[in-house]
Design a protein around this ligand. Structure first.
Ligand SMILES: NC(=O)c1ccc[n+]([C@@H]2O[C@H](COP(=O)([O-])OP(=O)(O)OC[C@H]3O[C@@H](n4cnc5c(N)ncnc54)[C@H](OP(=O)(O)O)[C@@H]3O)[C@@H](O)[C@H]2O)c1
Length: 286
């Protein structure tokens, strides 16, 4: 048996179902990373409707201040999560946080051979390490209060590997695995964990700005659907929500049963080439 951490044992919580993990957002403080553009503002507005208060974070302070004003006031902490020490500083400056929504991410698409080592490091730092460090730093306070929730923004790229996406797949499989395992680790402590796995999102965000059209099987969902999933995950303590159209839901089930057949089919359908086309439009964000 692996040993349980000190905090859990001291709180007398190990292995129990002592505290419910669903969070009523009224008056609760949400730390939202990636709040400046794309899906972040949609998530903020949805959680605001449910009564949440915010610490908003990203690099673009002007965009954060504008969103804060729209929400009737919010704390803003600008941070570059690719830089050492920045996730730790963000967690410290955020103060007592009831809910973490770790949403910041960069599109690390493209063949591995086209990546500079600093681009590999940046993808891991922003998409994977930052969420883990924020969780580690915010967890003691949540455990002490016996209440809290953490949401990790993954992707269907955390479930479906494809050529031309090895780095993005690595970070999204990683954050998804981390979130799902952490949920089990924290069961019974009052701290819930959820993972959100959307397909391509229309209207706003890193996919929408490319102007590309998705394969009909992958389909598209709206930012409102993603934001609603985040709200549901927190208020109903959901393990994982796939924000996907019905046809992709079926493919995900088949892929889980026959991963080899899925990989061959995706290769045959030209997934690697599609990802190269996507990379050409996203390269500036690496
Ligand atoms: N859009 C989609 O189709 C889709 C689908 C599945 C999953 N996702 C995931 O959803 C999340 C949000 O994506 P999005 O579509 O909203 O992307 P986006 O429009 O590119 O926004 C990304 C957000 O992350 C922040 N960010 C980027 N680099 C950062 C850094 N070094 N330090 C701190 N913050 C940084 C950006 O703010 P600043 O530039 O101001 O720093 C921005 O707020 C990501 O985790 C993404 O992987 C997106």
């Amino acid at each position: 048996m692996p040993s349980l951490g000190r905090g859990y044992a001291e709180a007398g919580l190990a292995g129990t179902d002592a505290y419910p993990s669903a969070v009523d957002l009224r008056g609760k403080t949400v730390l939202l990373s990636g709040a400046s553009t794309g899906l972040g503002p949609h998530i903020a507005r949805r959680l605001h409707q449910a009564g949440a208060k915010f610490v908003l974070s990203a690099r673009n302070r002007d965009a954060l201040e504008k969103l804060a004003a729209e929400l009737g006031g919010a704390d803003v902490v600008a941070a570059d999560l690719s830089k050492p020490g920045e996730p730790e500083r963000l967690a410290a400056e955020a103060g007592a946080v009831d809910v973490l929504v770790s949403n910041a991410g960069i599109p690390a698409t493209g063949r591995l051979a086209s990546f500079k080592i600093e681009e590999i490091d940046r993808a891991i730092a922003v998409n994977l390490r930052a969420g883990i460090v924020l969780a580690a730093k915010l967890l003691p306070g949540m455990l002490e209060r016996k209440s809290g929730h953490m949401v990790f923004m993954a992707s269907i790229a955390g479930k479906l590997p494809a050529g031309g996406e090895s780095m993005y797949n690595a970070t999204k499989f990683g954050i998804r695995g981390f979130g799902l395992a952490l949920r089990e680790e924290l069961w019974g402590t009052g701290v819930g964990v959820s993972v959100i796995s959307p397909t391509f999102v229309s209207e706003a965000g890193m996919w929408a700005v490319t102007g590309l059209k998705p394969h009909p099987i992958a389909g598209e969902v709206s930012p409102a659907q993603v934001a609603d999933a985040v709200w549901r995950a927190i208020t109903r303590n959901r393990r994982e929500i796939d924000v996907v159209p019905i046809q992709l839901r079926t493919v995900l089930k088949l892929q889980a049963l026959t991963p080899g057949v899925f990989a061959t089919t995706a290769r045959w359908m030209g997934a690697t080439r599609s990802n190269e086309a996507l990379d050409r439009r996203q390269r500036d964000k690496r």
